[in-house]
Design a binder for this molecule. Structure first.
Ligand SMILES: O=P(O)(O)OC[C@H]1O[C@](O)(CO)[C@@H](O)[C@@H]1O
Length: 393
């Protein structure tokens, strides 16, 4: 398969990639200092990292005794000495978040620098959590096609709540008017997804994205699949260390279930209790893997993870950064079919993505041109989404 070139920040100065590397990364780095009580040494490390972007150059990691150090040595080697703007954008971002892990001595101190943001994100989406809990508890009485599609859409729009772009103090982005939003879904394979789940949905895997409200939506979908009997087993795959500000780790899943179980409102508590019961009976299982924090493309997935996912009936890939990994963060033509890029992955894949980066595929001819006139920010403002399914025969 020949791949188009990877996106680089230096490609276009008016691009979201350029703005991210040239401005946003150092802002994200400095923002965690006042939100944590780090030692002066760690504060110094973070200030140095922020000052190094974007004119500094790529260097090897210093925390060479960490479990992922050897892998990162190999990822970094081809880009040594290049500037943050010249290297592939996806590498620059995943490397940046790994440099923060080094700067805060995470693997020794285990302090999640984004914990405050994650907590605020969950608390600030209370009214949406209330609404979705009521809908879910009601929908379990007759778990039909309409209900299943409603949970797919809730899981999609939950991805709008990305704290790396819109910090929790900027207000509650979880409000959803699902009916009106249907036209914002640029490719919608919901119906085909229900067909697949009804035919063979025994095991479903979620490659989750943001903790907080999005994770709650994903856990509601998982609960719906298990309680309705559509699935017997659900695996949640999280990140091995804090990254992209709000991305979820296994700890964040357990914290969220705990938050729901201890909630004073019965409708919300009922969701938490069911989730805990699924965990206790190993119907819901939690996993993490360093691939999800690496700069690698989907087709570079290590064989152990590939073999594990091959046993699944459906892998649900959440969010924009994971979608960029599916596409190798490359300049595909917007009409390239999704399944063509996914190619021969060992099982069926469903991508649920709200658009927050300048890449896309699986659109109809003329659709991108029309959207460009309608809303020049259509690719990055998170107001549009895709529900794209690639079925493994
Ligand atoms: O939380 P998500 O959906 O993966 O979005 C991550 C965001 O961060 C980015 O990496 C830009 O910093 C884009 O992928 C996207 O805008």
């Amino acid at each position: 398969m020949s791949y188009p070139p990877p996106i680089k920040a230096c490609d276009r100065r008016d691009s979201w990639a350029y703005d991210t590397v040239a401005r946003r990364l150092s802002e994200i780095c400095l923002k965690i200092i006042p939100e944590n009580e780090f030692s002066p040494e760690i504060v110094g490390n973070l200030e140095k990292l922020a000052a190094d972007i974007p004119q500094g150059t790529i260097r090897h990691l210093l925390d060479t005794d960490s479990r992922d150090a050897t892998d990162w040595q190999n990822y970094i080697q081809p880009y040594l000495g290049q500037s943050w703007l010249e290297v592939p954008w996806f590498f620059a971002e995943t490397y940046f978040y790994r440099r923060i892990i080094e700067a805060i001595d995470y693997f020794r101190l285990q302090i999640d620098p984004y914990l405050l943001q994650k907590k605020l994100g969950l608390e600030r989406s209370h009214s949406s959590i209330q609404v979705l809990s009521q809908k879910l508890n009601r929908s379990l009485k007759d778990a039909d096609r309409v209900q299943t599609i409603a949970l797919i859409h809730a899981s999609l729009w939950g991805n709008r709540v990305d704290l790396s772009l819109w910090p929790a103090e900027h207000g509650d982005r979880s409000i959803s008017e699902s009916e009106q939003e249907k036209h914002r879904i640029l490719a919608d394979d919901s119906d085909r997804t229900v067909d697949l789940l009804q035919k063979r949905g025994d095991r479903v895997d979620f490659i989750v994205d943001n903790a907080g409200f999005e994770l709650f939506c994903d856990l509601c979908f998982a609960d719906f699949l298990l309680t309705s009997g559509l699935s017997q087993q659900v695996f949640i795959h999280g990140k091995s260390h804090p990254t992209f500000v709000s991305d979820a780790m296994v700890k964040d899943v357990l914290d969220t279930v705990n938050y729901l179980q201890n909630h004073s409102e019965l409708e919300i508590k009922r969701v938490g209790d069911r989730l805990q019961d699924h965990l206790d009976r190993d119907r819901l299982s939690l996993r993490h893997h360093f691939f999800w924090t690496s700069p690698l493309a989907w087709w570079e997935m290590p064989s152990d993870l590939c073999q594990n996912l091959a046993d699944s009936n459906l892998v649900i890939v959440k969010g924009d950064a994971n979608y960029r990994r599916l596409l190798g963060d490359r300049y595909w033509s917007f009409t390239t079919p999704f399944s063509e890029i996914i190619g021969d992955f060992p099982t069926s894949i469903l991508a649920l993505r709200t658009m927050k980066a300048e890449l896309a595929c699986g659109l109809q001819p003329g659709q991108a041109e029309w959207l460009q006139k309608e809303d020049p920010q259509w690719m990055t403002n998170g107001q549009r989404g895709v529900i794209q399914l690639s079925v493994k025969a």
